[in-house]
Design a protein around this ligand. Structure first.
Ligand SMILES: [Zn+2]
Length: 282
């Protein structure tokens, strides 16, 4: 697999939930995006305790369908998701708590696995989670992506949906002060995203008690868009984000720099999107 656009998905549904619109736009432009499901392993000591194997198999089938809807190929890495990985993650508090010592090197191992599976062969633009919501698996994948960024890779960080539709989760999250936000209005690609999310039938009721559309609309309002949107973050020094991220023409004009409420530095002044003209070339 050598795609120019690789989406790191901590769990099977995260990339589609958070980036389904941009995935569909890339596929429509025949750019063959790829999703890497990082914690897709089933060889898990705690699996029987936390997740029924048949549910895991069902989600894998749903994921195949969702990826087909947005036009993405996919690859599964054998890392095991937190609750099934170790007894350290006995409850939700532990899952959003400190990374245990046993997992301290997982980010480096994920980088190695990405190299070995060929996902980085084409020197792709990498999409990775910000880690909003605090799930340890999202934070570990974020840390792996930071390593790629430090090594010179182009990385766009996505807001973790549906966590990012929650005011509480967003308020609790420390947005990187040296990053700038880009809001992408999805236009016609919102439909594919909506249908792709619906493919995860076993997950939707738990993820969206108030309905997918309501959550997407709430998120769009939070991101400051007046239609369905996705929000990405990239290093502030990247003034030509559209070209830097190699996004398709269909998205130009749909991307704008934003000035999200509540993103302030310690002195209380805006640090993100304070100079929209700085990204005027996108
Ligand atoms: Zn997840």
């Amino acid at each position: 697999m050598a795609s120019d656009h690789v989406f790191l998905s901590p769990h099977r549904d995260d990339a589609v939930l958070s980036c389904g619109g941009v995935l569909a736009a890339l596929a429509a432009a025949e750019r063959s995006p790829a999703i890497v499901n990082v914690f897709a392993g089933t060889d898990a000591p705690e699996l029987e305790r936390w997740t029924q194997p048949e549910i895991a198999r069902l989600v894998a089938v749903e994921d195949e369908l969702a990826c087909a809807v947005v036009g993405a190929s996919r690859i599964d890495l054998p890392f095991v998701a937190a609750p099934n990985r170790s007894p350290s993650y006995a409850d939700w508090e532990a899952v959003v708590g400190e990374v245990p010592a046993d997992d301290a090197r997982l980010d480096a191992e994920i980088v190695e696995a990405l190299r070995e599976c060929g996902a980085l062969d084409a020197r792709p633009v990498v999409f990775a989670p910000l880690g909003i919501g605090g799930h340890v698996d999202h934070r570990i994948v974020h840390a792996a992506a930071r390593k790629l960024l430090a090594g010179g890779a182009r990385v766009l960080f996505y807001e973790d949906f549906p966590y990012c539709a929650s005011e509480e989760a967003v308020h609790a999250f420390a947005f990187p002060p040296d990053f700038r936000q880009l809001v992408v209005s999805l236009g016609p690609f919102a439909d594919e995203k909506f249908y792709a999310i619906g493919s995860y039938r076993s997950q939707v009721p738990g993820l969206f008690p108030e309905g997918v559309c309501t959550a997407l609309a709430r998120y769009a309002r939070r991101a400051g868009a007046n239609e369905f949107a996705e929000s990405y973050w990239c290093p502030a020094e990247v003034a030509t984000a559209l070209r830097w991220a190699d996004l398709p023409e269909s998205l130009s004009g749909r991307i704008r720099a934003a000035d999200p409420a509540g993103v302030e530095d310690r002195e209380g002044s805006r640090t993100v999107g304070a100079d929209p003209a700085g990204v005027g070339t996108i």
